[in-house]
Design a protein. Structure first.
Length: 138
């Protein structure tokens, strides 16, 4: 496994230990394997996820470019979304959000959990939209 891939695995594992952000590991996984931006994923609702067709549908208002697009999902991204679907069904079936806090509120500010995972894996200057986060996704 190359250094970048080892770092990504370590980052996902560290994110999985975020007590107040139970979605963090899956969020990073989906970001890695789709290339979606933080805002696109944090604003993602279940109506725009098609696990049968393995697609995420993003409307123009959800995208920086303003152009509608559908994002294909690989098996790893689908697995992360299936974990979110199980968590959703078990903990907060009334929320529309894919990435949400235990109380059902939409996840918005992930900086604390993300930077804690980064510190645990050592790259202090990494940001969520850093190109090194997307090495696997495109």
């Amino acid at each position: 496994m190359c250094r970048g891939a080892r770092h990504q695995v370590a980052l996902i594992e560290a994110a999985g230990r975020a007590p107040r952000a139970p979605f963090m590991a899956d969020l990073i996984t989906v970001a890695l394997y789709t290339g979606c931006r933080r805002g696109e994923l944090l604003g993602l609702d279940w109506a725009r996820v098609d696990l049968k067709q393995k697609l995420i549908h993003l409307e123009g208002r959800h995208i920086k470019s303003g152009k509608r697009r559908s994002v294909p999902l690989c098996e790893t991204a689908c697995a992360a979304l299936l974990r979110r679907a199980r968590f959703h069904a078990e903990h907060c079936p009334d929320t529309q959000w894919v990435f949400f806090y235990r109380d059902g509120h939409q996840a918005k500010d992930i900086r604390g959990a993300f930077y804690a995972a980064c510190r645990a894996t050592n790259p202090a200057d990494l940001t969520f939209h850093d190109p090194t986060l997307a090495q696997l996704g495109w």
